[in-house]
Design a protein around this ligand. Structure first.
Ligand code: PLP
Length: 489
């Protein structure tokens, strides 16, 4: 194990570094991590002094086509990193994530719980801490300088989200607390357009966040929920979907990618099919947003939702994209300050979107963190990110398949970096605990998507899930642990 910096460096050096405000917790970070962080700090400050020499600013042409649009060029602040400007060097990426440089039970942490939530890069932590230290205020409602700065930060984050998902206007971007709140918001605003006997189509792989709100609304308006089935590889049965669509279909709500089976749904085709029948389409991009290009105009959806915390941003912030044609049609879902133009005791005139959908003081600092996270990710070519995570997925799948007693669920042709499996002779909890003992964090359980597991007669799986900062060495550590358990049966 690497020794801590406190143990390894002379006391005078450690205290000089502490006095210098290096901002590092010496008890938590190993020496290698400390040195690497210092190297990055010095490289950053050198780059500031010598504009144009930063390796992060090197000109690099990204791939052409629709995929580019997700990370498309920021015209805003000069502090923003240029799109795709940074080569995908995983060891350098890892240095941005302080949490990855700690030991758990004596082992270097392996964070394979990315489908549940992602770790945060120092760029996000620093953006939020600088906002709270210097620029914090409530937004929109005052003439003073800090209110103007905070408003600029908040609205700047909205513009960053717009660019990232390639929306037409930043007015299409509504901030919410996360995917769950986003889907509840959509369900409540759209409720008034649903009638008895109308049909809402959901797929069998949906997360509970994309099932329960629709059930609640359906019960209220006497609409009917119908389920698009999957086959045993976890693939959507597109002909069944075609059969289910009809004149009663009002709404189709789909995961872009399944959090249990990893299946990437053909959402562009499915959206077109739904629109052909006049139905509105909601896309739950919670699992795709950090792992593949997401372009709302290419998808053609009416709504798209995601959570910040699954894309290296803090908890407490999420996004609902609302198609511009729906801004005026939809009613607000919550009333209060910030969302009005004029109020009297007789009537209220609402603001335009997006303010109309954002009652009360929003999660300003978390929006700043989301903006910083998207700026962070847009430095990298999304094709390289996808390819790296896919290589990890293939590696893990190939090795796990060869272990006696392991069964993998979900073999769709197009998958995100999620592997759901069971191991004979062990509960999933036992596997999770053994992995944790070795410093490897994975999720075990039903992953809040019980119907998708019940398709296979299961209540629970072990689910490692990968992100940009994971490595093949970490996959090997997972495999070693599962081989060990398999041999002990
Ligand atoms: N949808 C999918 C596909 C998810 O994977 C998740 C979380 O795991 C959610 C929705 C809910 O996200 P949140 O808990 O951030 O609201």
């Amino acid at each position: 194990m690497a020794r801590s910096a406190q143990e390894s460096l002379p006391a005078s050096v450690v205290s000089a570094m502490e006095r210098g405000g290096s901002g590092m917790d010496f008890s938590e970070i190993d020496l290698q991590g400390v040195v690497a962080k210092l190297q990055i700090q010095s490289r950053d400050s050198l780059a500031q002094r010598l504009p144009g020499t930063s390796p992060y600013r090197a000109d690099r042409t990204g791939p052409s086509g629709a995929t580019q649009s997700q990370f498309s060029g920021n015209t805003g602040s000069s502090a923003s990193p240029a799109q795709h400007s940074r080569p995908l060097d995983i060891s350098s990426v890892r240095l941005d994530f302080p949490a990855l440089h700690q030991s758990i039970h004596g082992f270097p942490l392996v964070w394979f719980d990315n489908a549940a939530t992602t770790q945060k890069p120092r760029q996000v932590i620093e953006a939020m801490s600088s906002f709270y230290a210097l620029d914090y205020s409530n937004i929109h409602r005052a003439a003073h300088t800090l209110a103007a700065r905070a408003t600029d930060h908040y609205e700047g984050a909205r513009e960053t989200v717009r660019e990232f998902i390639h929306a037409q206007s930043k007015d299409d971007i509504v901030f919410v607390r996360g995917t769950t709140e986003g889907i509840n918001f959509i369900a409540h605003t759209i409720k008034g357009f649903l009638r008895e006997g109308d049909e809402i189509l959901l797929s069998e792989v949906e997360h509970h966040a994309n099932i329960v709100p629709w059930q609640m609304i359906a019960r209220e308006v006497r609409a009917r929920i119908r389920v698009i089935p999957i086959d045993d590889s976890g693939e959507i049965l597109i002909e069944e979907y075609r059969r289910l669509l009809g004149p009663r279909t009002r709404l189709v709500s789909l995961s872009h990618a399944s959090n249990t089976l990893g299946t990437v749904l053909p959402i562009e085709e499915m959206t077109q099919m739904a629109h052909h029948h006049g139905a509105r389409v909601v896309i739950d991009a919670a699992q795709s947003i950090a792992h593949m290009p997401v372009d709302v105009q290419a998808i053609g959806c009416d709504f798209l939702v995601f959570s910040g915390h699954k894309i290296f941003a803090p908890t407490g912030i999420g996004v609902v994209y609302v198609h511009p044609q729906l801004h005026d049609v939809l009613p607000p879902w919550q009333g209060g300050g910030n969302m009005i133009r004029r109020v009297s005791f007789d009537e209220t005139i609402y603001s335009d979107a997006p303010a109309k959908f954002e009652a009360g003081t929003p999660s300003i600092g978390d929006a700043v963190g989301l903006g910083a996270a998207l700026q962070y990710l847009r430095q990298f070519d999304p094709i390289s990110v996808e390819a790296h995570e896919h290589a990890l997925l293939e590696h893990a799948t190939r090795e796990l398949k060869g272990i006696r007693g392991v069964t993998i669920y979900g073999h769709a042709t197009k998958k995100i970096g999620v592997v759901s499996f069971t191991l004979d002779g062990y509960t999933t909890e036992m596997v999770g605990k053994e992995l944790d003992r070795r410093g490897i964090a994975v999720r075990t359980g039903h992953h809040c998507a019980q119907p998708s597991l019940r398709h296979f007669g299961l209540e629970s799986t072990v689910r490692p899930s990968f992100a940009i900062y994971n490595t093949h060495e970490e996959v090997e550590r997972l495999i070693e642990a599962i081989v060990h358990l398999s041999r002990r049966r």
